[in-house]
Design a protein around this ligand. Structure first.
Ligand SMILES: N[C@@H](CCC(=O)N[C@@H](CS)C(=O)NCC(=O)O)C(=O)O
Length: 205
């Protein structure tokens, strides 16, 4: 398999964490590419009309996207316990929390260009709306941190861990830990896992 990949993409990190957890990293060739919403990459577009990372090319030449679909594929083909419960409330919780983790990533990635502008040039209304949603998501996660900590590692923990790690990578000025001790403690454990250590973000092009 070939994965269009970047050390800067948190969605790539999410699927690579799953690949490490499921012991299939050796069967993935990573190809580093640069993508930007305003600069479509022809190599990526040839396989994914949305121009997004991650995009996975299977051995038969067909493509898989987006990150959740790729992560579920890795979970299916990898070894060890499944990362998504088969049914019932446990499955619903993991699916919703996975959507929350990936949703926080969508929010942080779409906020980045504005957040990086000089303060005087920033759109205050947009900034306040993004900050409000980010804080609300973190508050939900703080409330659910004890539940996360009580479970074996799963798909939701991979996505939420990737989201918090990306917050630290790109939004170091937001002290999200300050009022969220349970989430902080849970994240310390997740960030120390070999799968997270092996996939650290780097500003590498
Ligand atoms: N919903 C997608 C989002 C992926 C995404 O936005 N990736 C960014 C890189 S971090 C990207 O490829 N941006 C290029 C573009 O929007 O054209 C997923 O979960 O995979």
């Amino acid at each position: 398999m070939k994965l269009f990949w970047s050390t800067r993409s948190p969605f790539v990190r999410f699927v690579m964490v799953v690949a490490h957890e499921k012991a299939i990293v050796d069967s993935i060739d990573t190809e580093q590419v640069v993508v930007a919403a305003s600069k479509p990459n022809a190599d990526v577009m040839a396989h994914n009309p949305l121009n997004k990372l991650p995009t996975l090319i299977l051995d038969d030449g067909s493509a898989l996207y987006d990150s959740r679909v790729i992560a579920e594929h890795f979970d299916e083909i990898g070894t060890g316990a499944g990362l998504i419960p088969a049914s019932g409330d446990a499955r619903r919780d993991v699916m919703r929390q996975t959507a929350l983790g990936v949703g926080v990533l969508d929010l942080l990635v779409s906020w980045l260009a504005e957040h990086r502008k000089p303060v005087a040039e920033q759109d205050t209304e947009f900034n306040e709306a993004m900050a409000l949603k980010f804080a609300a998501a973190l508050d939900v996660l703080e409330h659910e941190a004890a539940g996360l900590a009580s479970r074996s590692f799963d798909m939701a923990q991979a996505a939420i861990g990737a989201a918090l790690a990306y917050a630290d990578f790109r939004y170091g000025d937001i002290a999200w830990r300050q009022t969220r001790p349970a989430l902080t403690k849970w994240f310390e454990g997740v960030a120390a896992r070999p799968s997270f250590k092996a996939t650290e973000h780097r500003d590498e092009y």
